[in-house]
Write a protein that binds this ligand. Structure first.
Ligand SMILES: *Cc1c(COP(=O)(O)O)cnc(C)c1O
Length: 403
């Protein structure tokens, strides 16, 4: 996508704007499936929470992917996008038995991540197949907030509790058809990941009726030039071989599952915002844009890096800028970044804005959430309109109390 094209989109749909490159999503999907080409049954379940626009889900449907969902509402989105319930896995964390039963009624694959609900569910619905989320306690994560494999993590059932799980399964007579792990985001150490898979293989041997093993996700994507990323080809080569050998040992071909979000959509997205003000203070030059933590919270929420380019002046001399939002709190997108000279009115592009950006957007400061556009083969498609004041007011109930 050229800068001119992107700028024309901000004129057509207004700024700020999310833009997604469908071809990048497709190429990431193909990269992953190619790396595991030697596995007979492979299923990639896209993690809906990363970017949940229906038209994006439909891209995954066309690719023959499944979906990984963490709420009943995400399940409903998946069904609306045309997915077969059997191609949707529900892997929530700490939700009520009631919500799990709603997902069960919708016909999707159930994944349970704690012994309490496992036992209650097994007693009520012993005939419904269930997948168990294990926590192998392998530290493979990036930072504390996104690392979910450590010993005191709230995610999954500890590997040390396997004997307890087996007693619950025997007692309820429930059917376990899958085992699952999701060690945490940003895996850059493939050997650490493979250690975790060994633990899961070992767990799998305890369950005779398995149909699949779900290795979760956490593939690291590059955020800037030269950034480390998960070597998918190396992972594919090593894990495929090991998985195929395990299937022989197990005595049956199982399905190998992954549930990536970030890997599939992060790099496909960019967020475009217009510079309102360039402000020189004593020691810093601020560029403030027509957006803020309401539209892209990741830098403020967990210090994630989003590369920022001035697409209105790509040949300009580089200068240092601190790029901030318009929200009445500190909302810094990037501190002292070298960016081509910025003038008021320029359009900045924030890279890696496909995953956990729009899906975490809010109406804070009573601002509208932006429009979303998907681009495929040079053509732009509006896939979500910008909100209006109606959306802000819609669900409010106006009450005037007599003082
Ligand atoms: C969030 C999540 C994912 C996706 O993680 P990424 O880092 O975006 O690939 C996969 N599985 C589960 C259970 C999740 O909660």
């Amino acid at each position: 996508m050229t800068n001119e094209f992107l700028i024309s989109l901000t004129k057509k749909y207004e700024s700020p704007l999310y833009v997604y490159d469908a071809e990048k999503i497709i190429s990431q999907y193909n990269k992953l499936t190619n790396a595991f080409a030697s596995v007979k049954n492979l299923k990639i379940n896209y993690a809906v929470k990363a970017l949940s626009n229906l038209s994006i889900l439909k891209v995954f449907k066309s690719l023959n992917a499944g979906l990984d969902t963490v709420s009943v509402q995400e399940v409903q989105l998946g069904l609306k996008a045309g997915f077969d319930p059997k191609d949707i896995i529900f892997t929530p964390n700490g939700v009520s038995l009631d919500e799990i039963e709603q997902a069960m009624d919708l016909g999707v694959q159930i994944n349970i991540d704690n012994i309490s609900i496992l036992e209650q569910f097994g007693q009520k619905h012993p005939e419904v197949p269930v997948c168990i989320r294990m926590n192998p306690h392998v530290m493979a994560g990036g930072n504390q907030k996104i690392s979910v494999g450590h010993i005191d993590s709230k995610f999954g059932i500890s590997i040390h509790q396997l004997p307890h799980i087996l007693r619950v399964v025997e007692n309820t007579g429930m059917l376990i058809t899958g085992v699952h792990m999701h060690t945490g985001s940003d895996i850059y150490d493939i050997d650490a990941f493979l250690r975790a898979t060994e633990i899961l293989f070992n767990v799998a041997l305890s369950f005779p009726d398995l149909e699949y093993i779900d290795f979760g996700s956490g593939f690291k994507v590059p955020y800037k030039e030269g950034d480390i990323q998960t070597d998918i080809d190396e992972l594919g080569e090593k894990l495929s071989k090991r998985f195929n050998a395990f299937c022989t040992e197990y005595g049956r071909n199982l399905t190998l599952m992954f549930e990536p979000g970030k890997f599939l959509v992060s790099e496909a997205g960019q967020f475009l915002a217009q510079v309102n003000v360039v402000k020189q203070t004593t020691s810093t030059v601020f560029a403030s844009v027509d957006s803020g933590l309401n539209h892209l919270i990741r830098p403020m929420f967990y210090d994630s890096y989003h590369h920022i380019e001035n697409i209105s002046n790509p040949e300009g001399k580089k200068r240092f800028y601190t790029v901030v939002g318009y929200i009445c709190e500190t909302d810094t997108f990037g501190t002292n970044r070298q960016i081509c000279e910025i003038k008021e009115g320029d359009i900045l592009s924030f890279k890696n804005a496909g995953a956990y950006c729009y899906s975490m957007a809010s109406n804070y400061n009573s601002r509208y959430r932006p429009a979303e556009v998907m681009v495929y083969k040079g053509k732009d498609y509006l896939i979500r309109e910008r909100e209006t004041i109606e959306d802000i007011i819609n669900k409010q109930v106006l009450v005037t109390i007599d003082l």
